[in-house]
Design a protein around this ligand. Sequence first.
Ligand code: LLP
Length: 452
Amino acid sequence: MADHEGLFPGAEPDIAALIADRPNLTMDPADGLMLEGVALATIARDLGTPCWVYGAGTIRARLAALGDALRGAKLDHAHIHYAVKANDHLAILAIMAAEGVGADVVSAGEFQRALKAGIPASRIVFSGVGKTVADLRLAVSEGIAQINVESREELAMLSAVAEAAGRVVDIVIRVNPDVDAETHAKITTGRAENKFGIAWDEAEAVYGYAATLPGLRALGLAVHIGSQILSMAPFRAAFGRVGELVERLRASGHMVTRVDCGGGIGIPYGAEAAPSLGDFAAALAETLGGLGLDLMLEPGRWLVAPAGVLLASVVLAKQTGTRRFIVLDAAMNDLVRPAMYDAWHGIVPVSAMDSAGPVTAADVVGPVCETGDTFARDRMLPLLGPEAVVAILDAGAYGAVMSSTYNARPLAAAALVDGDRYAVISPRQDIAALWSRETVPEWLSDAAAPSY
Ligand code: LLP
């Protein structure tokens, strides 16, 4: 994702465009910004801020659109495994479960969350470069559908685990196609120098090795080249290479029946052009569609990012020298993406009156004691006084899941909107929960207190 803070001043969408581009958002003249059928001001008032709000209807609509695009490209054997890491809240996973979507997990914790939310193990795949023996034992004993193996070492570990459990586990081999996803360096995963997958030149040999292991049934390949990918070229290149590898493996007598194509479909956070689902499905169909494979997809961000906002209140607005700062009660500990990836998120005042005011440039920051705690620089926003509420957009993916309690800030509340109703799905974390896992050794309190 490009850091376009300040790079294209004037190319940033204004408040009206941000709303117009998002079918789940509307600005009601009286009730202000609505997510689906619920006024966000109501949720801010009831739950306080900072507060995550997700739209269930939005997620279902996006799932349906993805399904339609795949069917439209005649990809009838394509299965969606939601990348749980994007948003692992049980309520979000329950939506996926109800829609019959599988899950892509990367830890025992995610695996157990998915099970808890009602996604059966037979619809769960396990990715990740560092699965432990304990992770593998759990996945095997629960009857996981597939493990995406990333190294020779993991193949041997997994085969031993499977044999000990008296099982044969279905696996695919994650290959590293050495394709640049043209996204932010921190979320590029398919370059040769990245830690992920089996090196391209070794893929055939490793597949052959996997086929010799008694606890495993090698069924195909997996590839995931990065996240927030905004052009089709890297997808085409990676899927094309994988298609060639499928044919080579088959020519050497291997069974290859499935390819897991990973996630990574980008969304427009600002005014950037994003791939259409039609283009994505067409690229899949052209590169892998004719090989008689079961295709799997692991989208995370595309399904849930636009379904969520982070509500925050203005603590105060201050002017220092030439800069105008809007200080929010949300911070980098809540939404770290701007600090971590220089990510751009739309910011919209929740009140219709606030949104209609004349705009000037402001830096939108949080209260954490780091300059990186900046949501936006030189953002054209109306004057916002204390207690004005803003919605930080497209925060449904890699938002709450990446939160911390840095600066002893409790985790934010969360609500789920569904049409015109909403429910609290996480209360704000209790202050005492911040230290509930901490104990002070007795000897510390026994010591005589010196005075300084
Ligand atoms: N499959 C695998 C193997 C992955 O590693 C990922 C994401 C996905 C699927 C889902 O990718 P998506 O469709 O969401 O792009 N924290 C970063 C994003 C990290 C993505 C890591 N892997 C961010 O906030 O942009």
